[in-house]
Design a protein around this ligand. Sequence first.
Ligand code: Z2T
Length: 828
Amino acid sequence: HIGPSSPPTHALAKAPVATPQHSVDAFVKVFLQELNTGQGVTLSRSTVNDQYLALARTVRQYLMTRWLETSRHYAESGSKAIGYLSAEYLLGRQLGNALLATDLGEVAEEAMRGCGLDLARLRAQEVEPGLGNGGLGRLAACFVDSLATMGIPCIGYGIRYEYGIFKQSFVDGRQVEQPDPWLALGNPWEFPHPEASVQVNFGGHTETYDDGGVQRTRWVPDWNVVGVPYNYMVPGYHNGKVNTLRLWSAKATNAFDLALFNSGDYPEAVRAQTFAENITKVLYPEDSTPQGRELRLQQQYFFVACSIRDFIERVLGPDFDLHQLPERIIFQLNDTHPVIAVPELMRILVDERHFEWDEAWQITKQCFAYTCHTLLPEALEVWPTELLGRLLPRHLEIIRRINADFLDEVRASFPGDEQRVRNMSIISDDPNSSVRMAFLATVAGTKVNGVAELHSQLLADKVLHDFDELWPEKFTNVTNGITPRRFICLANPWLSELISDTLGVGWVTDLERLAELEPYAQDPDFRRAFREVKQKAKVHASDILRARDGIELPPGHLVDIMIKRLHEYKRQTLKLLHVVSLYEQVLSGEITASQLQPRTVIFGAKAAPGYWMAKEIIHLINAVGSVINTDPRLEGRLKIAFPANYNVTLAERLIPAADLSEQISLAGLEASGTGNMKLALNGALTIGTDDGANVEIRRLVGDENFFLFGLSEPEVAALRDSGYRPRQYYESNPQLRAALDLISSGIFSNGNREAFAPIVSSLLNEDRFMVLADFQSYMEAQLRVREAFADEEEWTKKAILNVARCGFFSSDRAMGDYLREIWHASAI
Ligand code: Z2T
């Protein structure tokens, strides 16, 4: 299948062509060749897009030999690989990362200059692949980066959405969504392999048949599509390794249209084709609030069926003995989105390869591990049994059998405890029959992990408590991490240079070495240099915001950043109440504007298009911004900046400029957070609750370098149990009351007192996320921030210590943890 049909004789058949030389001349030569023969234009007649594409293809050439070598090496070694299964990869732009990995940044810059071109301008031409919603998708991108850099065999499997996360704009302060046609101008980073397509079946029914005296079951599907793999390079940093990310795109099958073509119904044939290709059309823009749509289940099964088939039949080959499968692969389930892979592997082993059920289950259990990313009840995926059975009838049967065997095991361990059996059943009847995907993942996985210490603790103690009692050895924690390549080297070249000048370059792949910066916090010269770095980053961010959004970032302001998806549990409203309260205090004369620490609050956030309240909150942020930004009584000392369409590219620009990082979720609800790590590593101080990875950040940086506020998770639970009444806080706290009343007064809505009534009333009457309970504590913490920021030298010390003490949060460390505790795999 893979190689040519007759044995190759040419000398280059085995060894790939050599990588071009690392010189400006060689680079220019390849670039002009790509422009001429790849784009079909001369330099003088080329557009910026032509130039970008040719440049990307040039850099690609430097990675190609390494890519071919890496996959050959992995195949020959026969070692265990990681199959990272994720419905999302929020990659960010590729060109800069490829230049960094190959150390071609300066060569490319000079080469482009030699051609009369500006590298930065060409880089800006790239549309980022936004194939994810937020933290979960970005985490997947960081993890594959780390595995490549560590030389670990990994294939990232996912979906090549034709449209990524929507493009956000604001019209009258309200979010408007537009499609993201990220492939429209050409994608130089992908390699389609239609010859390696995989058929995926759906629907139909199952039947039993007699196979020479053995009763077997088979699935008789009634429609199918093919999955076409598109390979992406995942370059390791300065190590000559390039791993593969394989994203699947749905295409109509020939058989599928032929039947209709033959029936003469051409329009119907074309419609049917569109139907098939809809599967990978668009990313569902829901972060932590899945809507349970049939197309989403189709997406999940589609990419997982393609990936498992690909690994078994193409990577291992048709002759591989699947008894040995656990020695060659561990599939990591990035949340429950890919968990349908479990019954799919069982189906292949039992129905197709005729394994005994028990033996198939022994194999399957060793091939999966599950990462849970949430504690929000509404984020735990549940599929109606009816829907799952209609789309995947055989898989539902298999799930039922897995469940039956599992519940027998529960009964054996807890005789007579039928309530426990009902609570733990993968299939629940409450209120309608449905399949609890997190339970299926927990039953099947060799390991189950949460993404920060507190989160893993709460998983084992609450959400999956019964499972922890049954199998305590299954549960573990791996605290998330972020790649220093993108979020320090690429995003913050100024800080990178300062660190490298101080410590040498080793820290990029050994981030704990940042600890060696610690003594420099006491060095006034280093502190001055550190402040200059922050200043450069602020100027750069300011230039970007001006060009991109027409926003002015006033010099000298404390840059206070809250960048993350818009969700009530993350509490953007709490941040806003702080701003509104400061404004109100100036209006009422309680303080004078001159007492304000000049501050710009930057928000970046997309709301799920169907999440009405989140969109109302976006509207309110913009409404408050447009009033306070122009009110002369504030003397320009308090601003809101809300650039539209927050994405990875913008994150890379904003994070280095931050003084203050807002991590203010209600304790117990943010599984980890990863923006918190990126900001701390770029020298921002955190104001945060005791939630997610904040707990670990605070422990590492020290209380004196972190602004803690708010209820702890046990306090939240106790307050909820005792009956939380938000209105009490409104009634007893004049500052809070004044802030909420100001919103209700119509001042932010041209006198319309009803405009934001739903937000205010939801806070006063339900306040599911206890914004009002934490308001006072948050205001006090912000006063501590104000005071600390006024002492420039002390603040700088704290910022340096944040950088020096956060090396733990490298995704290289996280990958090391997974390798040791879960995957039992290593570099080869
Ligand atoms: C997501 O981004 C996260 C959790 C989800 O739960 C779904 C999505 Cl799309 C189903 C986030 C968490 O909210 C965040 O705390 C965490 O840092 C991130 O995943 C990566 O683990």
